[in-house]
Every structure is written in C-alpha cells, then in structure tokens.
Design a protein around this ligand. Sequence first.
Ligand SMILES: Nc1ncnc2c1ncn2[C@@H]1O[C@H](COP(=O)(O)OP(=O)(O)OP(=O)(O)O)[C@@H](O)[C@H]1O
Ligand SMILES: [Mg+2]
Length: 224
Amino acid sequence: MIISVLNQKGGVGKTTLAINIAACLANRGESVLLIDADKQGSASTWAGFREDTNFRVISLARENMARDAMKLALDYTHTVIDGPPHAEAIARSCIVASDLVLLPIEPSGLSTWASDLTVRQVREAQEIKETLKCGFVVSRKIGNTVIGREIRAMAADQGIPILKSDIEQRVGYAESLTMGRTIFEWSSGSPAAKEIENLTNELLELYEQENLPDSAEAQTAANG
Ligand SMILES: Nc1ncnc2c1ncn2[C@@H]1O[C@H](COP(=O)(O)OP(=O)(O)OP(=O)(O)O)[C@@H](O)[C@H]1O
Ligand SMILES: [Mg+2]
C-alpha cells in the first residue's frame, strides 16, 4: 500500500500522522518506507534526532517523484508519503504514486473542504485512476467537537468519506515528535496511541476494499 498524507494547508498534522502511521505499521512487523516529500524536511529532521527507526526514511521532495517513489516502494510492504503544505507539482506527484490519499482536515476546515485545491487534485486523479482511494481524517479535534451527520453524508456522496477515527488535539503528539519519538515510544497504550492504531486499521480496511465496477456495485446494492 502506498499512502500519501496530503493537504495544501500547513500545520494540519500531515507529518505527525505520516510518522506515526509508519511506526504503527512497522511495529506490526511490516517493512515500511516513509518518504519525506516536503522540502521543509520535517520528517527527515525528526529521523535525524534518532539513532535508528524500525522503518526507513527517505527524502524525495522533487517534482515528478512519482516514478521513483513507486520504484522504491516495491521493496516495502507499505510506503507512507508525508506531503508538502501546498498543492503544487510535488503534491500531484504524491497523488499519482498513491493507492490511497489521506487528507487530514481540522474541524474548522470541514465547512469549506469541497473547494480545497488538494481535494480537486485528488478528484482529477480519480477520473484517470479509478482505483485511487481517498479519505478525510479529522485532525487536531478539540474536546467533543461533533462532526455533523450532514457533513459526513456530503463527503461520502462525493467519494471522500470522513474516516471514523478522529485524531484529537493532544500534547503528546507534539511532545513526542519534538523529542524524536513516535507516539508509541512516548506513551504506549495512551489514547493518542490508540487513535493511531484505529486510524491505521481503518486505512488498511479502506485499501483492501474491492474496487467494484459500477455495475457490480449496483448489483451488490440491489442484492442487499
Ligand atoms: N493531534 C495533534 N495534537 C497536538 N498537536 C498536534 C497534533 N497534530 C499536529 N500537532 C502539532 O502541530 C504542529 C503542526 O503539525 P504537523 O507538522 O504534523 O503538520 P503538517 O501538516 O505536517 O505541517 P506542514 O504543513 O508545515 O508540513 C506541530 O507542532 C505538531 O506537533
Ligand atoms: Mg509536515
């Protein structure tokens, strides 16, 4: 599975999620590659704080990096790409390389997501590559912010479901990354670590969902 964590907005939690999803998969014994596709190099800087990781981190923040990313990914069970904070050529390249795009979105962004550039880029890509999957994850959620049922329904209608696993605003995410740790090393078994586990499970489920052709899908629906 190649999964990109993308949103043209800065600071929504892309790097936090990319590192911790990679760690979560690696902790399960899978071979995992984390590609840092952001010129700011936050994921690479994080890796530089450490002696080693149980997943590989490579910086590849170039336009047209899709081919190289896909080639590198052949040697790993899972590849996670940490995307840049803008919707330019690199982001498009990340989408091209991916089986699945994870779009972290803060609760405040939920009212306007339909006009987001990254969403439009993903939609364009889905027209060419029908198997491309995409989901929003509510990131940096504060307290018991409720995500309205209509918003969920609208997103699902438009082919970009809002995943069930929300990520809350928790100081442990910020602290662990600053200290060059994953959330699992920082506070194993914590609510934050469980959120990442749940999100990772949901991503694997979404990835494994069969891509039924329209007619087969309709047939399945008709058969209940
Ligand atoms: N769920 C969270 N709870 C608390 N702090 C968070 C959470 N997610 C991210 N942060 C903090 O917010 C800041 C931005 O997060 P992060 O770097 O992951 O976002 P980003 O989308 O990768 O940003 P950029 O667009 O600059 O690459 C960091 O200081 C990070 O520690
Ligand atoms: Mg980042």
